[in-house]
Design a binder for this molecule. Structure first.
Ligand code: PMP
Length: 401
């Protein structure tokens, strides 16, 4: 008998498990819309040209070695990442009151930020939107925070429950942490308008709540890096403090390289440097220091004018293809006369459409049409193509009629 005989089988991850099921399906019609990874019109993963170019340059540079990075990661990468999200002219950066540490993509940045807060912040409660990315409650709970939700999505309007959001944050205890999706809210695709962001900012500041932005889709939502950073910059512009977790998984297509950053905007340079010293104590026993390759790719691209420009063009092309898929799916449902109002498909923002399909309808679509998605009815628009839209539209039509 094994000493692990008592270990019970854990369920698959609700998102990554969709891919496991997809891989087991032998149908030629099968389509994976579960995981949020960009696919080309041909259904293939995409490595950006500018990324290939940066990798070639790194490869040709014989002075490069494989030494450990510092605990906080690659210095250039950290500086350039802060500039990318906060803006090149950000006073917070000029005043040296931002500390940025390279982390293991968006997830690792949230985890390190969460653990720092659990150790050093007076409030242990973090409010996350309902619904949110399925990993948020797990990451913050294991980091030592206590997770509560605020109302976000209204299934009736398939839009923002703004009143509910204001009420819930309005009754949160003073100082509580608030997780905000910087843009392209996952899974709903519903973002506040600029006016609503301003109201949220006023409420958060008036109650001394602490904003923690999750920025997993900068540039990927609208195709414009500055537009997608609007919410974060609004909060930094008032001089207050905030956390930002950045991921380069989607916007540079660096999923498996695990490259991201945590920035903490502080009131003063002195606080920022003390905060950084404590971040090192969080990171060291967790993974010692981050990997070098992905961060080197990002730094190479961000510091070169031409490469940066090339990146923004490729990024815009990805965003535009996703927006185009929304239109095609909407048109396909309309031409089939599928019952219901499907305008949310073209109104929602970012990688995902929150279809409104329930878990039985999702199960039906998977069984009969071999189309895989998360059971909450979220589909990755980036996994669709002109070729597969009709198949999905047929499936949705059959599921709701
Ligand atoms: N936050 C949100 C909202 C996300 O959608 C994702 C990616 N699915 C992440 C964070 C983190 O992804 P990664 O760790 O791959 O950067």
């Amino acid at each position: 008998n094994s000493v692990f005989e008592h270990v019970v089988r854990a369920p698959e991850d609700p998102i990554l498990g969709v891919t496991v099921a997809y891989n087991k399906d032998s149908s030629p019609l099968k389509l994976n819309l579960g995981v949020g990874a960009y696919r080309t019109e041909e259904g293939k993963p995409l490595v950006l040209n500018v990324v290939r170019r940066a990798e070639q340059m790194l490869l040709n540079d014989s002075s490069r070695v494989k030494e450990y990075l510092p605990i906080v990661g690659l210095a250039d990468f950290n500086k350039l990442s802060a500039k990318l999200i906060l803006g090149a002219d950000s006073p917070a950066i000029q005043e040296n009151r931002v500390t940025t540490v390279q982390c293991l993509s968006g997830t690792g940045s949230l985890r390190v930020g969460g653990e720092f807060l659990a150790r050093h912040y007076h409030q242990r409660t973090i409010y996350i939107p309902l619904p949110t990315w399925g990993n948020h409650p797990k990451v913050f709970t294991i980091a030592g925070l206590s997770v509560k939700t605020y109302r976000y999505y209204d299934p009736v309007t398939r839009g923002l429950n703004f009143q509910g959001l204001l009420e819930d944050l309005g009754s949160a205890p003073s100082g509580a942490i608030v997780l905000l999706h910087a843009c392209a809210h996952n899974p709903t695709g519903v973002d506040p308008t600029p006016q609503q962001w301003e109201q949220i900012r006023q409420l958060i500041r008036s109650k001394a709540l602490l904003p923690f932005f999750d920025s997993a889709y900068q540039g990927f939502a609208s195709g414009n890096l500055d537009a997608d950073a609007h919410s974060v910059r609004l909060f930094v512009a008032d001089g207050g403090e905030c956390f930002v977790a950045q991921s380069y998984a989607k916007n540079m297509g660096l999923y498996g390289e695990r490259v991201g950053a945590l920035s903490i905007v502080c009131k003063s340079a002195d606080v920022a440097s003390r905060v950084e010293s404590q971040l090192k104590l969080v990171i060291r026993p967790m993974y010692s220091n981050p990997p070098i390759h992905g961060a080197s790719i990002v730094a190479t691209i961000l510091k070169d004018r031409n490469m940066f420009q090339e990146w923004t063009i490729e990024l815009k092309a990805m965003a535009d293809r996703i927006i185009n898929m929304r239109q095609q799916l909407f048109d396909a449902l309309r031409s089939r006369g599928t019952p219901g109002d499907w305008s949310h498909i073209i109104k929602q923002i970012g990688m995902f459409t929150f279809t409104g399909l329930n878990s039985e309808q999702v199960a039906f679509i998977t069984k009969e049409y071999h189309i895989y998605m998360t059971s909450d009815g979220r589909i990755s628009m980036a996994g669709l193509s002109s070729r597969t839209v009709p198949h999905l539209a047929d499936a949705i039509h059959a599921a709701v009629t």
